[in-house]
Design a protein around this ligand. Structure first.
Ligand code: GLU
Length: 445
């Protein structure tokens, strides 16, 4: 059996970290199994679906390196959905309902007030042909519900283990709205059958859907694919995805300067039994992928981890690879390999090199505390003569130590502040070499 999976975003916005994780898990599994990864656009809602989001989603996946073997749009497949509707109607499994949203809401409230679950009461199943005709004469148009079996629907979930959804505890799902438009439930099943999807891998918010969809698979004469429902992402505090994180888009992360492999490493490893560590490429991540490693607890997305992983990549990037990115920053055209070697160990993002470009190649302003002013101004007298070399810093600061009686932070910090305008940063012995004698003297005042 060749594994075939799909990632099915609705093109109503850009990809955020949550749905990219679903895409990634599908992709890693497909590649590990030598299978296929399809990209399906769930665009049955013509109002909200936009071509710019289709293009954006493709750009996001491409940037991450998640290539797809084929892609298609649900909006091109309405004939297939209509045929499935016919089949379900003929089997007596799709029935017309005429309640307005207000009537349904009233039924819901009554059920709740009587301590009953708010499950649709199937009143429409009792309607006679004459009653239906009368309702239609009033101008009502039917919406269509799938008749669930009322039996437990059981499957062995690749992440959650044995699952049982009691279909008598959920409402018969509406598959077709009164205006004839489709809800997500049916088209997804029709497409999964048609594309011969072997595994449906998605977030656990779809578990209840799966109970109904498995019955629809069977009603349409297919067998249901294997299912895997992954726990959702939560923020660092474990309190559910914060608003910021819920809308944290891949586009944003990319613009912020994160490297694709730090985003991918984090999303592949959180919520699994593997440690969250940087991996060099997608092939390694897919080799290491296993549904059995995915736990039941929510996956914790901590931006601190993302910064850590990204720092590791940035520290190992050769100058040649960042030259273009540095070049896009102010003064970045002056950056040299030595500059990169000096500043990269302190960076989380390549673009954070911006302040150091300013420090090394531009001008700074430094805020020296009053008590350090004389010390800083007097320090130039003890700067070793000639060109500044790798040894100059230690010779200079030893001399300053003896002359001023200062030590530790009191000895070094005023110099760092005066020379870079920053209270932390690259090692000063290398920094003064990069600055050169003229700048050092000028900044000491
Ligand atoms: N468009 C659906 C969603 O984004 C797809 C769910 C599925 O994978 O079946 O939630």
């Amino acid at each position: 059996m060749t594994v075939k999976v799909r990632f099915a975003p609705s093109p109503t916005g850009r990809l955020h970290v949550g749905n990219v994780r679903t895409a990634l898990i599908n992709w890693l599994f497909a590649r590990k199994m030598g299978g296929e990864f399809l990209l399906r656009f769930d665009d049955t809602d013509p109002e909200r679906s936009k071509q710019e989001y289709v293009d954006g989603i493709k750009a996001d996946l491409s940037w991450l390196g998640l290539d797809w073997d084929d892609s298609f749009h649900q909006s091109s497949r309405f004939d297939e959905y209509d045929a499935a509707v016919l089949k379900l109607k003929e089997a007596g499994l799709l029935y017309a309902c005429y309640e307005t949203p207000e009537e349904l809401e009233r039924k819901r409230k009554i059920a709740l007030s009587r301590g009953r679950p708010p499950v649709y009461d199937r009143a429409a199943l009792e309607l006679t042909d004459a009653e239906k005709a009368a309702l239609e004469a009033e101008g009502r148009k039917p919406h269509w519900r799938f008749k669930l079996s009322g039996e437990p629907c059981v499957w062995n979930d690749l992440v959650r283990g044995e699952q049982s959804i009691d279909t008598s505890s959920i409402s018969d799902p509406v598959l077709v709205r009164a205006d004839g438009s489709y809800l997500y439930t049916l088209p997804s099943v029709v497409d999964d059958i048609n594309a011969k999807i072997t595994h449906v891998v998605r977030g656990e918010d779809h578990v209840t859907n799966s109970g109904a969809q498995i019955e629809i698979f069977r009603a349409l004469g297919g067998s249901s694919p294997d299912m895997a429902h992954t726990p959702l992402l939560v923020g660092a505090d474990g309190q559910g995805l914060s608003k910021r994180l819920g809308s944290l888009s891949i586009q944003q992360l990319r613009e912020d300067g994160f490297e694709a492999m730090s985003v991918l490493s984090l999303l592949a490893k959180i919520g699994t039994s593997d440690p969250v560590e940087l991996r060099e490429n997608l092939a390694i991540l897919s080799d290491e992928f296993d549904f059995a490693k995915i736990g039941r607890a929510p996956a914790r997305f901590d931006e601190k981890d993302l910064f850590n992983l990204n720092s590791q990549i940035v520290h190992s990037l050769p100058f040649e690879d960042v030259k273009a990115k540095l070049g896009a920053l102010p003064l970045g055209d002056q950056a040299t390999a030595e500059f990169w070697e000096l500043v990269s160990p302190n960076l989380q993002l390549v673009k954070d090199a911006g302040i150091w470009l300013q420090v090394v190649y531009g001008d700074i302003s430094a805020d020296i505390p009053d008590e350090d002013r004389d010390y800083v101004a007097g320090a130039s007298a003890l700067l070793p003569d000639g060109e500044i070399t790798a040894e100059s810093w230690s010779i200079w600061t030893s001399a300053l130590k003896t002359a001023s009686g200062r030590k530790g932070k009191g000895l070094f910090m005023p110099l760092r502040l005066a020379l870079t305008g920053q209270s932390r940063g690259p090692e000063m012995d290398k920094m003064i070499v990069a600055l050169g004698r003229e700048k050092v003297l000028k900044r000491l005042g």
